[in-house]
Design a protein around this ligand. Structure first.
Ligand code: ZN
Ligand code: ZN
Length: 303
């Protein structure tokens, strides 16, 4: 399972209908939280995601991306958590975590490991990895790529039987990539296993101007979640505040050939209607949506 839940989709200012940034990714039961604005834990309760967060990834230290963390860890501790929590982010993450631990009269029941990441740095999680990508937001900031490693190709059972391999343990030997010998003839795994299948890829830009690093990292992604704070008519303001317009994000998504684009960090200007954003984006790229609170997206395995 690879499921994305949008817990906070608003821009810098929260509104009655949108919380500040937070995105939860559930990969085979492992919960990864990207940004944690105010109100994230209540959104987790509404979405019934549970709070067994394995790691938190912060894109940058603007309050709308991290202020939910103190309350969240206090609740986790109150609930009896003992497993360590990893917090990743750009420069200042260690200082932040140190402050967090000292904040208030509150004893934390688990360890928090802070790790500062640089552009291009990878965290190997076994069958997938997370890569930090430097972005353009005027302060130290990162986007993140969540990418599964390629899966082995499909095992062609009929072909194996045709080649004389008896059904049984020799099948799994071939599946593990080992050759087997039948009547003096060597059967290679490549003869019965199809070509390897790509893993799934999700990219989250965080707050940023459109930048090459995110465009490159997003090549053929199953899902790109990109800053789409403003409509195109406010491009000057987007440049000044180092955000992207919906049209700009759509152009980037199109160039990167992503399968699906979701725009988030929606400015409070569009509380009434997000149509201006969707119109600008659709002119460029058809497979685009505007993130909504508690929206869930499942990413299927490709063949
Ligand atoms: Zn922001
Ligand atoms: Zn920001």
């Amino acid at each position: 399972m690879l499921r994305v839940t949008f817990l906070g989709t608003g821009g810098t200012l929260p509104t009655p209908n949108r919380n500040p940034s937070a995105i939860l990714i559930n990969r085979e039961g492992e919960l990864l939280l990207f940004d944690c604005g105010e109100g994230t834990q209540q959104q987790m309760m509404r979405a019934k995601t549970g709070m067994k967060i394995n790691s938190i990834f912060i894109t940058h230290f603007h309050a709308d991306h991290f202020l939910g963390i103190p309350g969240l860890i206090q609740t986790m501790s109150f609930n009896g958590r003992t497993e360590p929590l990893e917090i990743y982010g750009p420069e200042w993450t260690k200082q932040f975590v140190n402050l967090l631990i000292q904040l208030g009269y509150f004893k934390l029941g688990f360890v928090i490991n802070a790790r500062e990441l640089e552009d291009g740095e990878m965290i190997d999680k076994g069958d997938y990895f997370i890569k930090a990508v430097g972005t353009d937001h005027g302060i130290p900031s990162l986007g993140y790529v969540i990418e599964e490693k390629g899966r082995v190709g499909r095992f062609n059972r009929e072909k194996a039987i045709k080649l004389g391999v008896p059904v049984g343990p020799l099948f799994s030997k071939l599946q593990k990539g080992e050759p087997v010998i039948i009547d003096g003839k060597t059967i290679l795994p490549s003869m019965v296993i199809g070509k390897s299948r790509p893993g799934r890829k999700i990219v989250y830009s965080g707050d940023t101007r459109p930048c090459e690093s995110i465009e490159k990292a997003s090549a053929k992604a199953d899902l790109l979640i990109h800053d789409g704070t403003l409509a195109d008519e406010l491009k000057d303001w987007a440049i000044e505040t180092k955000h992207s317009t919906a049209g700009e994000a759509a152009r980037l998504g199109k160039k990167a050939n992503v399968k699906q684009l979701i725009l988030t960090h929606v400015s409070s200007r569009y509380s009434e209607s997000t149509e201006p954003l969707l119109d600008d984006a659709k002119k460029v790229f058809e497979t685009v949506k505007i993130a909504e609170e508690l929206m869930e997206i499942e990413i299927p395995l490709s063949d």
